[in-house]
Design a protein around this ligand. Structure first.
Ligand SMILES: C[S@@+](CC[C@H](N)C(=O)[O-])C[C@H]1O[C@@H](n2cnc3c(N)ncnc32)[C@H](O)[C@@H]1O
Length: 286
């Protein structure tokens, strides 16, 4: 296997073509200030494929821009950082405000559907499942579904495995929660079966439509749109709005907002990082 080169050897036009490929296929914005990321994130892939330079990798991508290698290169440019009950506030708001309100409105259907869009290694959907199990008394015999999606197949495989290191299992989880919802497995921690049972993992790209996915009462789409270009952000928000029930809520990451994006959403009064469709009050009156 050839040694991977460390210098930025790809010609500018190649790098621009790669930026465009990543943007079109994932929405992720790789500004020129991110060139250092190209090098560090693509080097492991180049090594695996026996490619000595970025130029060689880009040449392969040009031949097959929709192939497996291109998808792996795009995945490599994404940030997969995640942890349990990330930022705490969205989960506290869900428990204290959003969930009781939704449950009150769904007593007829006795069904809740939640989408964790861009779920990475699974901590977000599993946190949602833990919280819903903790609040189960509100909806004792309801059908509760959590769909967890990501564009990256390897990260979805990890999420589905549901096995976390000591460090990962202590990030965001109190000891009480960890011993209740995770099991010791060798030196690691494994998600308990009742938590897993609520979550279905599936590949999905936020640049694609949501046909066939049905409507959700809640969508968590956190810490991903922050990496998108404006146009792609608007596009993804429009798709999310199509998949949200008219009285549902969209929850974004703490550094993300819909404000100034001319999207279908507006902030929910009194809540942080939670958004509702613009015409919610009219739709609820109808
Ligand atoms: C930083 S993680 C966020 C994980 C979790 N939502 C959280 O807040 O902890 C961002 C994830 O978004 C995924 N992603 C990036 N672009 C995407 C796209 N166009 N469609 C679906 N997932 C995408 C990445 O693969 C990555 O796993």
């Amino acid at each position: 296997m050839a040694e991977a080169g460390c210098g930025m050897t790809g010609a500018i036009s190649d790098i621009e073509a790669f930026r465009r490929l990543v943007l079109e296929r994932s929405g992720l914005s790789l500004g020129a200030d991110k060139d250092y990321l190209l090098q560090s994130r693509l080097t492991p892939l180049m090594r695996e494929e026996g490619l000595a330079t970025l130029e060689a990798l880009f040449a392969r991508l040009r031949l097959d821009p929709r192939g497996r290698l291109a998808q792996r290169a795009i995945d490599a440019m994404a940030t997969h950082e995640s942890y349990f009950f990330r930022d705490a506030t969205p989960f506290d708001q869900l428990r204290d405000t959003l969930l009781p309100a939704l449950v009150a409105r769904r007593t007829g259907a006795r069904r809740l559907r939640i989408w964790s869009a861009a779920c990475s290694s699974g901590q977000e959907p599993y946190s949602l499942a833990m919280l819903l199990l903790e609040e189960r008394r509100l909806m004792p015999d309801w059908t509760v579904e959590i769909l967890a999606t990501d564009m990256s197949q390897p990260i979805l495989d990890r999420a589905r495995r549901g096995v976390y290191s000591d460090f990962e299992a202590s990030r965001g989880l109190s000891e009480a929660r960890r011993s209740r919802w995770l099991r010791r497995e060798g030196g690691d921690w494994s998600i308990a079966p009742e938590v897993r049972a609520l979550v279905e993992f599936r590949p999905h790209n936020l640049m694609d439509g949501t046909a066939g996915m049905g409507r959700f009462d809640l969508i968590f789409c956190r810490n991903v749109l922050i990496y998108f270009e404006q146009l792609q952000k608007r596009w993804a928000l429009a798709r999310l709005s199509e998949a949200l029930e008219p009285d549902g809520a969209l929850v974004l990451g703490s550094a993300e907002t819909v404000v100034g994006l001319d999207s279908a959403f507006e902030p929910m009064p009194g809540l942080r990082g939670a958004f509702q469709p613009h015409d919610r009050s009219e739709r609820l009156r109808a």
